[in-house]
Design a protein around this ligand. Sequence first.
Ligand code: ATP
Length: 456
Amino acid sequence: MSSPPSSSSCSHVRRHEDVPTPSAPPSKRLNMSCEPSTWLQQQEQQRNVTAEMEQQRNEKAEEEEEDVLSKPRGPHKRRFTHVMVRNITYAIPEGYDVDEGNIEYLGGGSFGNVVKTSAVCRDGMRRWVAIKKMREPFYDPLHARRIFREIKLLQLMRHDNIICALDIYTPDEENDFRDVYVVTEFAGRSLYRILKQQRDYGRRVLTEEHIKFIIYQIIRALKYIHSANIIHRDLKPGNIALTDDCDLMVLDFGLARSLENKDTSLTQYVQTRWYRSPEVIYWKIDSYTNLADMWSVGCIAAELLTGDPLFPGDDVNAQYQKITQLCGSPDEELLQKIENDNSSAMKAVIQSYPSHERRDFREVFADHHPSDDFIDLIEKLLVLDPEKRITVEEAIQHPYLADFSLPDDEPRADHIFDLDDSQKRTRSEWRDAVWKEIVDYNRLNSSPIVPGEADR
Ligand SMILES: Nc1ncnc2c1ncn2[C@@H]1O[C@H](COP(=O)(O)OP(=O)(O)OP(=O)(O)O)[C@@H](O)[C@H]1O
């Protein structure tokens, strides 16, 4: 990885134009006695069923391949080639590189599978793109709403450090609308992969300067996200991508939600648990604001320093122990808030755990020789009480980031994003809403060209 740019460079973050060419979560909030194992088992079963269905559909798609290739399909009458990667069939529109040798599987999460290819774009450049095929997007209303949110946010976000949609499509007709594909710019390797490689090979790739630049860019992205009244809720190394030049993009907005929306049905499973804030995992929603994202930044920052996840708990209890062993048990003031926002029973459960003093972070991380400023920042991020945690606006001005911070180049969103996702909709209403998003999608200059679009 090359060095991050120096602080004197005024254009130290990537512009979009500069890109090189080349299951349903449970409806109840988790409490200390409710381990999500049942839900996880259901998820597992659902995944099996889904895989079976996917296979049947792949077989059908293969049979139909000749037809699909021969006639324009979907709301914009595009032509598609079907390409099989790791047993999953992707419908790839005309204009994209469909040579199997040039298509790379990037990975799959709970909600989709992603491949990398390239496409010629409207500005004449060929770009690397990531195509995400959503998994069973309309399985149930919750799932459909998640897809809707993700699509909506990928269109609203316009920031150098945040991924945005370059194309949204389906090869299906409206009466048989089943598959949703979202195309984003290929943003590099995920931080998860980079950190894993560091561990696997026992060789550090990320220098102190890289780490600072990464943390700065995450916070710069969050400043924009939070100013739009959105919480990301899923910040983790797997959702952060880095180019070889250390340019960073925050990926995957499927779990983001607007601050106004008090819906809590997804709350328990909003993040890979290791990066979740205590108020997300253990106590109630009242104090759950965008400060949950700042806790995740603290976890990621510490992992960047040490190379290992900070709170790798095998279950929620182990997670709690690890958090409190470092950050201390809730003090009287926080316990009072927990009691007020939850119940005295919740307070009693928390008090039944072994009590720990907050440790001296300088001592804990001493082997990794962090600067005083780094320690001061993570001390302020990893605070149990969200109301006392550093905000994004404060964090970006922290001395640790002074080398990179350029206040005039740290944009806020110019309006609060309306996700239009708070109303109750049935599965098929969500499907209609997603269909409409695809139909109305406004192509960008950096979007892949649709052959013949000028004629339409
Ligand atoms: N635009 C992109 N550029 C580079 N890599 C990407 C891009 N989009 C997704 N990926 C990678 O593809 C993989 C799968 O992405 P996806 O968003 O489906 O998974 P995830 O974040 O692991 O899933 P989950 O939603 O379960 O958290 C991830 O490893 C992610 O880093």
